[in-house]
Ligand binder design. Structure first.
Ligand code: KIV
Ligand code: ZN
Length: 525
């Protein structure tokens, strides 16, 4: 097996993309984790970009002992000197110089001719050698660079002593076979190329960054530049976790190994999300929350018999939490029985059928049931002991003028009850209105709101726990209206609380006539 070096650029290409900015302190935390993960090279930043960037690079260079620390610079003395200052404390420093070599970049950015660009590159490499033993050179936009000029550029870099030559697909334009051919072409035409390391650096504009990186390795590259969670400019860079796992799982046809400790992958991904506040898309390969979740009944059945039917790797192998069966409307009877069994409630025969029917009913709103709710179903084969509330309408208003107000209509036994309340915010106001109707105020002991996906129209998931009469019950709801979701989650938890009370008060406000125009809302009970 051949070794492929992992060059992580989360702290440079990743950090420079919108929403992923980190403080110097946060960068250091991530750099430490990258070292634990086993990356060979950490690109710590772009020291000439700002004094803070330079300080961030210096702090990482001072702290990290095993990995090589790279700093990025353009082909000018100021950038090279900034890299020298930033990387001065590093045990293993590397200068990473780049210059746009495609005709488009030459015309639009520098106005240099090909010969003029080559002179500048050579001059910069010579200047860089005064400070660094190890230099990497990147002809930016390599995949749109005239192949003959690319050969001349790479030849010049090799002749000037660059130890690594990177072939960036800066705009995510290439496709796997073309990229592999480009590597092979350079291998064939550049003298002395076998003495340097060729590197891939692929962006994901066509969703091909990982495939292209692997193709680049098949063409002779032995370093891959990539990022955690695939973050990076525009559509991102090649994702570290996907590449490393592809090598591990498809070793039969990809005989390459890396120094990455796969069991640290998930933790590193989570750490990046926590530091930046940007979650991972749920269906992201390897590290997404759904990467090891099975909901379809047929899949669940196969998976229960032999996990390999629908899993090519175990979640444990990448440090992710154990696989889970999502208990939603696509789940089959057997999966429900298996989950209940795991939760300590073995059921079979008629009682399983009965619980399964109620389970399907509870999933009608499209939401999956959490463990508490499954246990409640299993414990309770009979109709709920006490009457339950469902939400008819929630209307809240909040803004810069306090307090917030909310009007809530709940139904019980076919009658509608309405209450209005004030609160510090709309959620508090609406929950207070619920309490005014039920007469059984709940104490929210835990409230979590999480965006599912990104953007202003992302859905929110509310998960909360309510304590009443010495017991705690959970509620959960998903939707774009986060106040409505909060009330649905709250009412769901309150209903579970009421089930265990010996005596439930009647609604504390008079029933009103049900308005015709209010949209009914589901509160799963
Ligand atoms: O995408 C790119 O070309 C880069 C270079 C600076 C390596 O990030
Ligand atoms: Zn890049």
């Amino acid at each position: 097996m051949e070794k492929v070096l992992i060059f992580d650029t989360t702290l440079r290409d990743g950090e420079q993309s919108p929403g992923y900015g980190m403080t110097a302190e946060q960068k250091l935390v991530l750099a430490r984790q990258l070292e634990v993960l086993g990356v060979d090279i950490i690109e710590a930043g772009f020291p000439s970009a700002s004094p803070e960037d330079l300080e961030g690079v210096r702090a990482i260079a001072r702290t990290i002992k095993h990995a090589t620390i790279a700093g990025l610079g353009r082909c000018n003395d100021v950038d090279i000197e900034a890299c020298a200052r930033g990387l001065e404390p590093a045990e293993k420093p590397r200068l990473h110089l780049f210059f746009g070599t495609s005709q488009l970049h030459l015309d639009a950015k520098t106005g240099l001719s090909e010969d003029g660009a080559l002179d500048l590159i050579v001059r910069s490499l010579r200047f860089g050698k005064k400070f660094f033993d190890e230099i990497e050179f990147s002809p930016e936009d390599s995949t749109r660079t005239n192949p003959d000029f690319l050969v001349r550029t790479v030849q010049a870099a090799v002749d000037e002593g660059a130890r690594v030559v990177n072939i960036p697909d800066t705009v995510g334009y290439t496709v796997p076979d073309e990229y592999r051919q480009r590597m092979l072409m350079l291998k064939e035409k550049v003298k002395g190329i076998d003495d340097v390391i060729m590197s891939t650096h692929c962006h994901n504009d066509l969703g091909l960054a990982v495939a292209n990186s692997i193709a680049g390795v098949l063409g002779g590259a032995r370093q891959i530049e990539c990022t955690i969670n695939g973050i990076g400019e525009r559509a991102g860079n090649a994702s570290l976790e996907e590449i490393v796992t592809a090598f591990r799982i498809r070793n039969d046809i990809l005989p390459f190994e890396t120094n990455i400790d796969s069991s640290k992958i998930y933790g590193t991904s989570q750490l990046l999300s926590a530091l930046t506040g940007v979650g991972v898309q749920p269906n992201k390969a390897i590290v997404g929350r759904n990467a090891f979740a099975h909901e379809a009944g047929v899949h669940q059945q196969g998976w229960l018999k032999d996990r390999r039917t629908y899993e090519i790797m175990t979640p444990e192998s990448v440090g992710a939490p154990p696989a889970k069966l999502v208990m939603g409307r696509h789940s089959g009877r057997r999966a429900l029985a298996a989950r209940l069994n795991e939760l300590g409630h073995p059921l079979g025969g008629a009682s399983l059928n009965h619980v399964y029917d109620r389970f399907l009913k509870a999933c009608e709103s499209g939401q999956a049931l959490d463990d508490d709710e499954l246990i409640a179903l299993a414990l309770d084969n009979k109709p709920p002991p006490n009457p339950r509330y469902s939400i008819y309408m929630v209307q809240a208003s909040a803004g810069s003028v306090h307090p917030a107000t909310a009007t809530v209509m709940l139904q019980r036994d076919g009658k509608t009850h309405v209450a209005c309340a004030l609160g510090d915010g709309p959620v508090e106001a609406a929950c207070t209105a619920v309490d005014a109707i039920t007469g059984h105020p709940g104490r929210v002991v835990n409230y979590e709101l999480r965006a599912i996906g990104e953007g202003r129209d992302a859905e929110g998931e509310v998960a909360l726990r309510v304590s009443m009469a010495g017991k705690t019950f959970s509620g959960r709801a998903v939707g774009t209206d986060i106040v409505g979701c909060s009330v649905r989650a709250y009412v769901s938890a309150i209903n579970k609380c009421l089930d265990v009370l010996d005596e439930v008060k009647p609604p504390q406000v008079q029933a009103v006539e049900q308005p015709d125009d209010a949209p009914p809302q589901e509160a799963r009970a």
